[in-house]
Design a protein around this ligand. Sequence first.
Ligand SMILES: [Zn+2]
Length: 106
Amino acid sequence: MTLKLYTEPMSMPPYTVMCYTAGCPNLAAFKVAARWNDGLTHELKTYFLSCAACVPQLYSLALAKRAACRLAPGESLDVPGVYELHRGDRDKQLKRRPELEKAMGS
Ligand SMILES: [Zn+2]
């Protein structure tokens, strides 16, 4: 038996997003993501979703992951950023929080 999910295109999905830290019981409030580009397409690559308490830890992990990432010729990957997470927002509407990135020593 299959469960059919009825979703309206313009409505917010009724799910909640948890912080990615193992064992953390908080809801995610921030997205740690970096803009990736291969010359043809670009997208925001998400590393982690994080609650406010875990952002410094997950952001430094994202920086390490980004530093270890091997890019193909023509690809570029920006330094990860911290974005406010609002349920249902599209990526391009995400508000970046550079002061948080600075505070964490990017
Ligand atoms: Zn957390």
